[in-house]
Ligand binder design. Structure first.
Ligand code: PEP
Ligand code: MG
Length: 576
């Protein structure tokens, strides 16, 4: 069987499927006879015992991989299952009310959770989540869903999930996950972007693959074409092994360009930078020949945890990235861009109908200046360790830009007062990802040091197409004339003010887009680490004047498909 989705991160993954299940069990209340209630209570005891054994195993694993402290959470979970008040209350309910274990467990859990959540003490409130978590585990065992672990497989698995949040993706274990496939998502969903940084082959937007496959099915995943093959014949496996070998050989060829400059055929130098999400990615970026960081998505520092990162933690992370690259390489740190598909549960933000149009990024930072200032302090402090630049996301008006700069100025004054050093001349730029900003780029260019075009959002807002929605992904068109014209407007506006213009949306690493962008005069291309060397190989075959006339021609065309076909015909190297 063959499934076709959206190729999200290139490469081939082959291995057993591992279906990530996190559906809650539907509980029905059933009355029992006195005798049945006795057996039910024993059944409950057995499942609790199974859950404890599982948790002990998870705790051991966590201790080895993450350390003693991180493993403690599982000790707390085990204690919940050994708590006579909690477990005793469930058993008593089974006996006295003569009900099934699932119903008794749910009712007792609900009352415990309610009690803990109403407590003043934050520590106790957090225990409510532990109880919920642990009861889900027991509930699954009662429902006959056994826990298969990735550890049960000798080889790395292909992970199948309805969706993976960015923080799920960040926590994937490269040794155990050969690739992943999801029902929903698009090429610019953040889990797809992260897969490219982490160099994990991935296919997204497969619609309902998880409803049809099961753990243990053998899969071949092609992250380039977006194809997933299920239980293929041996000859097909052989064919794909060959393809994977060819891919590896091509990657090895690219690696030879790692320390070469990013020059066009006529000797023009452009900058090829990486998009990163954490200091670890910076190491991968250097390995892939990045000349700097064009986008550090700092929000990942805030995710997968229960509290905001401190100034010190942030400072250490920013400094680590600067040190990985060395003093001269530019590191563009973007201030917090939370919202959209990047959630922070501990901020307790209201659910919104249109999160991509909502309370996110700079809007949240200007409202929560406590969070914003802590981050700006950390960035400024790190600025003495490298060529760090600050960039604001989602700016839609001059007023927002000025407001952000006012907060920055306040933070600078505070640091001066405290005699803490920072680089006074740190460049400050902004992303162009809202069409309004692109249209007034001439005004904005006067008040920034640089622009970086965020096409992931710019396309979604220009075309009014949700970047996460696979049903309308046909409208998500980087080559749409409207998008290309906006990009040109932005680059020209920057240049007229003597400023540089970069691009950190995924389009910057798209081989068919690169000739057009070069022709339009883009100065910096920032992309997933894995796209850098293929982009460098392509640039070496391009000639600036030719690309300028190519860009002029495509700007007069009226359809995305026509533009793509034209570039592919004129510049065959984009298909290599
Ligand atoms: C963009 O919108 O193009 C961008 C780079 O930001 P993000 O993908 O994090 O929204
Ligand atoms: Mg964006």
């Amino acid at each position: 069987m063959e499934w076709k989705g959206i190729g999200a991160a290139p490469g081939f993954a082959m291995g057993p499927a591992f279906l990530l299940q996190r559906d809650e069990v539907k509980v029905e209340r059933r009355s029992l006879s006195r005798e049945e209630a006795g057996t039910e209570s024993k059944r409950f005891d057995e499942k609790v015992a199974v859950a404890i054994v599982e948790l002990e195993r998870i705790r051991e694993n966590a201790k080895q991989k993450l350390g003693e402290q991180e493993a403690e959470i599982f000790s707390a979970h085990i204690l919940v299952l050994q708590d006579p008040e909690y477990i005793g209350a469930v058993k008593e309910k089974i006996q006295t009310e003569q009900v099934n274990a699932e119903a008794a467990l749910q009712e007792v859990t609900d009352s415990f959770v309610e009690l803990f959540e109403s407590m003043e003490n934050e520590y106790m409130r957090e225990r409510a989540a532990d109880i919920r978590d642990v009861s889900n585990r027991v509930m699954q065992r009662l429902a006959g869903i056994s826990e298969t672990s990735m550890d049960d497989f000798a080889e790395p698995v292909v992970l199948l999930a309805h969706d993976l949040t960015p923080s799920d993706t960040a926590q994937l274990d490269r040794e155990k996950v050969a690739g992943f496939a999801t029902d929903i998502g698009g090429r610019t969903s953040h889990s797809a972007i992260m897969a490219r940084s982490m160099e994990i082959p991935a296919v997204v937007g497969l619609r309902e693959i998880t409803a049809h496959l099961k753990t243990g099915d053998y899969l071949i995943l092609d992250g380039q074409s977006g194809i997933v093959l299920v239980n293929p014949q041996p000859e097909v496996i052989r064919e794909y092994r060959q393809k994977a070998d060819q891919y590896a050989a091509q990657q090895a060829e690219y690696k030879k360009l790692k320390d070469e400059p990013s020059l066009t055929a006529d000797g023009l130098q452009v900058e090829l930078a990486a998009n990163i999400g954490n200091p670890q990615d910076a190491v991968g970026a250097v390995r892939n020949g990045a000349e700097g960081v064009g986008l550090y998505r700092t929000e990942f520092l805030y995710m997968g945890r229960d509290t905001l990162p401190t100034e010190e933690e942030q400072f250490e992370a920013y400094k680590a990235v600067a040190e990985t690259f060395g003093k001269d390489h530019p590191i563009v740190i973007r201030s917090l861009d939370i919202g959209g598909d990047k959630e922070l549960p501990y901020l307790d933000l209201q659910k919104e109908l249109n999160p991509f149009l909502g309370y996110r990024a700079i809007r949240l930072c200007l409202d929560r200046s406590d969070i914003f200032k802590t981050q700006l302090r950390a960035i400024l402090r790190a600025s003495v360790y490298g060529n760090i630049k600050l960039m604001y996301p989602m700016i839609a008006s001059l007023q927002e830009l000025r407001a952000a700069n006012r907060v920055l100025e306040e933070v600078k004054q505070e640091l001066k007062r405290d005699k803490i050093s920072f680089r006074e001349k740190m460049e400050v730029g902004m992303m162009i990802e809202v069409p309004a900003a692109a249209i007034i780029a001439d005004q904005l260019a006067k008040e920034v040091d640089f622009f970086s075009i965020g096409t992931n959002d710019l396309i979604q807002y220009t075309m009014a197409v949700d970047r996460m929605n696979e049903k309308i992904s046909y409208l998500y068109q980087p080559f749409n004339p409207a998008v290309l014209r906006l990009i040109k407007t932005v680059i020209d506006a920057a240049h007229r003010e003597g400023k540089w213009a970069g691009m950190c949306g995924e389009m910057a690493g798209n081989k068919t887009a690169i000739p057009i962008l070069l022709g339009m005069g883009l100065d910096e291309f920032s992309m997933s680490a894995s796209s850098i060397l293929p982009a460098r190989a392509l640039l070496r075959k391009l000639n600036k004047p030719d690309m300028q006339s190519l860009a002029e021609t495509v700007l007069q065309m009226d359809a995305a498909e026509e533009i793509k076909r034209y570039v592919e015909r004129e510049v065959p190297a984009v298909k290599e």
